[in-house]
Structure formats: structure tokens, C-alpha cells
Unconditional design. Sequence first.
Length: 265
Amino acid sequence: MWKKYQNLLKELTMKNVKLKYRNSWLGIFWSFLQPLLNMVVLSVVFGGIFGKKSDYIVCYPVFLFTGRLLFSFFTTSTKQAMTSFRRNQAIIKKVYVPKYMYPLSSIFSNFVTFAISLLCLIAVWIFFRVTGISGGSGLYMTWHVFECIVPMALLLVFSTGVGLILSVICVYFRDVEYIWDVVTQLLFYMVPILYPLQNIKTPWIQIVIKINPLYSMIELFRQSVLYGQWLSWKLLTYAAVISFVTLFIGIWFFNKKSDDIIFHL
């Protein structure tokens, strides 16, 4: 079944990428510009508070960029997967296509945009390394940078599981779309994107942050890209287990409810 519709999934994914920037003058260049502008704004606003050089932050703009990039992929992909059935209900009612194609194509198209945005991260990394601004002279490229593929893959798996679950729930309860906006806004401040975890001195808050699998994935990504370190086996094991368990639950829940989706659109 998967191989039969593999080309269709690829076409739907690329269609979503093209439609995202269809009416904009800059087109896909927004994949570079949008995260860059977000980094600039957040660096200006929070740089004075959290951007002081320490053992936990090498270069605050790059530190911020790495966390924001991964978090943006998670929130954008899950939100689009959540509304994928409503956006495609006209097609779903007329043409038979396996229903998992719609949330999956939404997630994969955002992963393509995320991968393109990594080129912007490379450019930002080089800029601060060459200029030495904001502690950029402390950045060093090591072969550990190639390990960033691992947390990226785990984030894709985790986002797919969450996206499948949300896509079904949103068909039955439309209010979940607005609830998820609030949840992701809360997650943004509960995940060390703007600040290092070591700045949190309250033990129970640290535990709550560490339980969040997004923390593990963002920290693993920073270990490879920002700090040039081996990936932590504890964080890697935890992130992998949570990601694949979430994917398994998402597939099970989706298969159980997918046949009834058309009756609720």
C-alpha cells in the first residue's frame, strides 16, 4: 500500500511547498528570511537578559536560532496536519486517496521547508564565526555536526505521531485547533529556546522541562551543531523511545478512527 501511493505522497508534499509561497513575491526565499528575522527580533529583545556569555551559551543568536528552528517545524507541521482534512474535504468526498496522505504530506512539506532553512542556519553560523560578534569566536566546526541528522529524524517521527493524533481529533472537535495554539505558545516558554536550562534554579521546573521530548531533541541538536559534542545517550534514548511510542500511538489511533472521518467532515 505504501509503495503504491509513494509517488502521490511526493506530489502532495511538493504541492504543499509550492502553495505555501504561491502568492508571495519572495516565494521560497521566505524559508531563509522568516527564521532569520525571528532570530534578529528575539535576539534584540531577549539578548540583554539571556545573551550574556557563559559556559552554557557560546553565541546567543545561534543558540536561539537552533532552538527556534526546530520548534517552528514542530508547531507548523502539527498545526497543518491537524487541519489537513478540513482543508481537503472537497477532494476527500469525491476521490479515494488513503487518508493518511493528507496529514503526512503536510508534515513532510514542512520538513522540506525546515531542511531548506538549515542553509540559513549555516549562513548565520559562518557570519558570527567570522565576525566574532556576540561570542561567535567561540564557535567551532567539528565532525559532530553530522550527528544533527539524528535529532532531526527523531523530531520528524515525533511530529508525525502528534500530527496523526491531532488530525483525527480536530475532525471531531474543532476547538482543539485553538487549544493547540495556546499549548504551543506555552511550550515555547517551557522549552529552553530563549534561555539555557541551567538558568532555571527551581528543581521541579527543571524536571518538567526535561520531561518534554522537545527539550531532548533541541538539546541534542545543539550538542552537535553548537557545542561540537557527542550526543548524550540519556537524551538520545529518551527522545527515541518517546518519538517512536508517539508514532505507534498515532498510527494506531489514526487507523482506528480514519474510516469515520468522512462522516464528520
